[in-house]
Structure formats: structure tokens, C-alpha cells
Ligand binder design. Structure first.
Ligand code: ATP
Ligand code: MG
Length: 238
């Protein structure tokens, strides 16, 4: 999916910082990958490159058969609308719209209307994440954790085959995090590819594979500490 991806930013003073260096990552259909790493290591930048929101300075990103660099803006927007659901780290809702209208916006953009089936699907998603009674509220009236769950429902409203989620549970308490993780498990079991960035071991522990970024480079995930990992006959070397 990503080959030798680098991303450099140039400041107004002309300084160049390299935020991603030679990232190779293969994500097969149906994978469930957790991406971890310290703050500033490049996780959000990588997700932006993987989803076509940003363009690498060099290297290539493919989604299915499409090399993103070969697509014009229209084709890229179409691919993103039909293939990707994106949960942003800082949920960007339209504050003057209701919660329900925010969630339905990708469906309206894609099809120009909202079907009864989409409404039903949306109600189920909202119920599962504990925000079923918030549909009529203005988006500026809800809490940070509620906004985050609205952002997750919005990313899923079009049933995207690929879900990319940047810290989707950062503002959630444990119970709501579990609701989100149960939903992700069900989506993945029915074929949705999931890429999730997280600082929370409870979230990364539920994924099927893990990659770790440090200073813009992929490294092996940290080895679990022997102090916190219960000894078993296998890790004792027996
Ligand atoms: N548009 C930009 N212009 C300049 N530098 C940027 C830009 N976007 C990100 N960076 C820099 O790239 C580095 C990585 O940022 P990024 O947001 O990808 O980190 P992150 O791993 O997602 O961190 P966090 O866990 O805090 O969300 C940071 O040093 C950041 O300042
Ligand atoms: Mg980030």
C-alpha cells in the first residue's frame, strides 16, 4: 500500500523537517492494524498520506489498484468518498448542524439523498455507541467524548471498505472505548479493513497486527515488559 514514503515540510524560514522517512507498509484487505508511536512521530501525517488527504514528498501510495499520485482531484475525491471512512484526531463537526445531519453528510455528498436504509443503519450505529438520543442536538451542544463518537458514526455511514481512525477513543471513558472496539471487531469480522492510530494499549491490543513509528521511521513494536507480562511456559522458554 505504501512504498518508500517520505514527507518533508518546509518552514517559512526555509528549514526543512523530515517527518516520514522511507515508510513501507502493506495492508491487505481485511487487515486490522494498530499504529502506535510517541507524540510527533508522524502518525497523523502517515494516515493523511495513506488516505490521499496529503501527498508524500516521495514514494507511492496505492489503494487497491489505484496509485494515488496518478489520480486527479476528482478521481481522488471519488475514491475517498466510496472507499474510505476517516475518523479525525480532532473531530471537525459543523457546529451549526445537528448531530444527525453531521453524521449523514457523507451519505448526502455521495448520493445526494439519504435512504431509509441509511437512516436505519445510522440509528443502529448511534445506539451502539451510546449517542442514540443526541440526533436532534446541535453539534456545539455536546461533549468532547460525544463529538468523538459522532465522528466515528460519520466515518461509517457509507459502510466504507476501509476505515482509518486517528485516536478514535482518545476522549472516551473505558466503557465507551469498549463499545467502539466491539463495533470495530464486528466491522473487521465482516471484512472492513481497519487502520487505527492509538496511544491506548487497550485499543492496540485488540488489533490483529501492530506497527510502531519513531521519528518518522517504522520500527518493531516495543517488546512487552517481562515485569507486566505474566510468565507462561512459552515465554519462559520451556
Ligand atoms: N503541515 C505541517 N507543517 C509542518 N510540520 C508539520 C505539519 N504537519 C505535521 N508537522 C510536524 O510533523 C511531525 C509529526 O506530526 P504528526 O501530527 O504526524 O504527529 P503524531 O504522531 O500524529 O503526533 P500526536 O500523537 O501528538 O497526534 C510534528 O513534528 C509536526 O510538527
Ligand atoms: Mg496525531
Amino acid at each position: 500500500m505504501a512504498r518508500a514514503v517520505t514527507r518533508r515540510f518546509e518552514s517559512t524560514a526555509g528549514d526543512v523537517s523530515t517527518v516520514l522517512s522511507g515508510i513501507d507498509i502493506d495492508i491487505a484487505a481485511g487487515d486490522y492494524l494498530a499504529l502506535t508511536g510517541p507524540s510527533g512521530s508522524g502518525k497523523t501525517t502517515l494516515l493523511s498520506c495513506l488516505s490521499g488527504l496529503d501527498q508524500p514528498s516521495s514514494g507511492s501510495v496505492r489503494i487497491g489498484e489505484d496509485d494515488l499520485a496518478t489520480l486527479d482531484d476528482r478521481a481522488l475525491a471519488h475514491l475517498r468518498r466510496t472507499t474510505l471512512g476517516f475518523v479525525f484526531q480532532h473531530t471537525d463537526l459543523l457546529d451549526e448542524l445537528t448531530v444527525l445531519d453531521n453524521i449523514l453528510l457523507p451519505a448526502v455528498r455521495r448520493r445526494g439523498r439519504v435512504s431509509a436504509e441509511t437512516l436505519e443503519h445510522t440509528a443502529q450505529l448511534m445506539d451502539r455507541l451510546g449517542i442514540g438520543d443526541l440526533g436532534a442536538r446541535a453539534a456545539h451542544e455536546i461533549s468532547g467524548g460525544q463529538r468523538q463518537r459522532v465522528g466515528i458514526c460519520r466515518a461509517l455511514v457509507n459502510r466504507p471498505p476501509i476505515l482509518i481512525a486517528d485516536e478514535p477513543t482518545g476522549a472516551l471513558h473505558r466503557e465507551a472505548t469498549e463499545d467502539v472496539l466491539d463495533l470495530f471487531d464486528d466491522l473487521n469480522a465482516s471484512g472492513t479493513t481497519i487502520i487505527v492510530v492509538t496511544h491506548d494499549p487497550m485499543v492496540s491490543g485488540r488489533a490483529r497486527s501492530r506497527r510502531h513509528l519513531i521519528d518518522g521511521r517504522m520500527v518493531d513494536p516495543p517488546v512487552p515488559s517481562l515485569l507486566t507480562t505474566p510468565m507462561t511456559s512459552s515465554n519462559r522458554g520451556e
